[in-house]
Design a protein around this ligand. Structure first.
Ligand code: PXP
Length: 387
């Protein structure tokens, strides 16, 4: 599948999330059984769109979307979208811009596949039904394809035990395999600059062995960026990193590190690596994550887990719940994690828009007593209880 997304008018004022649009187009092509074909999405302004509308349809003024089928079998064609018009229409419908752009991409793809609402009322009805079906399907996939988030296991602390003796055991590669066999849907590792647990060798081997999804947590620093670009994980999660901290202490301050993060995302995007940013459940950080082009946020659940009273826990939970809704409505995909254990996970798993939970310490700690396979299965039970 090759998706060529071109922002022809370079419309930075709309803060478009290209990674999200590309991911959604990919999912739509899969849903339409067109995964082996290339498609181009060209984002224009009203002026450019008006010219195409005049030249090819002899109509004055801009329109929202135009499709041009390709002449070869390897390509589906080009979908031209006026972001100016999409923006106006999204405002009138009171829906997020990325949601409306998704509708327009669906509309354009269906035209390329031969649907045409202008032919007859029956054709118009057929196309609308298909549009709605695809939109529902993509929202469904977007929220994890089911109500329960998927369990991704952080195996850093298997490496912590190994590093305690500086030898080869226990091996996080083997641990990742056991987690997957026990049902985990993803493996997470944090390659820290100080290499206190996970080593470069681990990341490279995991890339070859992980059968689910490999999520590389990392700071936005030159050395680790180069490794990520070579390894090409399924997702990278940008986290703050301080040398003396015991573990990640809070979300990344996206606003203060905007330039560095934007640049990192753009390099990852060129390599086809989606980026998540680990943020506190805070509307401003979420907006900043969207603005710099992240496809996901991972909401920091640490304060909810560490709460000293039920009241405080409730307060922190509601912040996460609200932040998840805000992020999802703005077009971001939502993961969550940090500090989750066998008591705190079920409630977070019940938040419908969360796709994935990243959990490490609690599972590895329990594995010391009951074995890794059982520790993973018990955590999966905690997630299933939310259903
Ligand atoms: N998410 C992020 C961003 C993290 O940094 C960590 C810790 O490495 C986790 C999730 C997992 O946290 P825990 O080990 O407390 O489950």
């Amino acid at each position: 599948m090759f998706i060529n997304l071109i922002d022809h008018a370079d419309q930075t004022r709309f803060q478009l999330n290209y990674a999200l649009l590309r991911t959604r187009t990919g999912r739509l092509l899969e849903l339409l059984n067109q995964q082996d074909i290339a498609v181009s999405i060209v984002l224009l302004d009203d002026q450019e769109m008006a010219q195409y509308n005049q030249t090819y349809r002899h109509k004055e003024g801009p329109t929202n979307v135009l499709s041009f089928p390709a002449e070869t079998n390897e390509e589906l064609g080009d979908i031209l979208i006026s972001v100016d018009t999409a923006w106006k229409e999204a405002g009138e419908k009171n829906i997020p811009l990325h949601q409306h752009l998704t509708w327009l991409i669906i509309h354009g793809l269906l035209h390329l596949l031969g649907y045409d609402h202008e032919l007859s009322e029956a054709q118009a009805e057929l196309m609308l039904v298909k549009e709605e079906e695809l939109f529902q399907a993509i929202q469904h996939i977007h929220s994890g394809g089911k109500t329960m988030p998927q369990l991704a296991i952080n195996v850093d602390h298997i490496a912590t035990i190994r590093e305690a003796r500086g030898g080869a055991e226990p091996d996080p590669i083997l641990a990742a395999g056991i987690c997957e066999l026990a049902g985990a849907k993803g493996i997470v590792v944090h390659l820290r600059e100080d290499r206190r647990h996970i080593q470069e060798r681990d990341v490279r081997l995991l890339r070859q062995t992980v059968k689910t999804r490999l999520n590389l947590e990392m700071a936005a620093v030159k050395e680790i960026i180069s490794i990520a670009l070579e390894v090409v994980p399924d997702l990278i999660t940008l986290v703050p990193e301080k040398r003396k901290e015991l573990t990640t202490e809070g979300g990344l301050d996206v606003m203060s590190n905007e330039k560095k993060i934007r640049k990192t995302i753009s390099r990852m995007s060129e390599a086809g690596i989606p980026v998540s940013i680990f943020v506190d459940p805070d509307a401003e950080q979420i907006k900043a994550a969207l603005d710099v082009g992240a496809a996901y946020v991972e909401l920091h659940t640490g304060r909810y887990c560490d709460a000293k009273s039920e009241q405080e826990r409730d307060r922190e939970f509601h912040l996460i719940e609200q932040a998840a809704e805000t992020a999802f409505a703005s077009g971001l995909r939502v993961n969550a994690g940090h500090g989750l254990d066998y008591r705190t996970t079920t409630r977070i798993a019940a938040i419908p828009v969360i796709e994935e939970l990243s959990i490490g310490h609690a599972i590895i700690a329990r594995a010391a007593f009951v074995g890794l396979d059982q520790a993973v299965r018990e955590m999966q039970d905690c997630i299933d209880l939310a259903g």
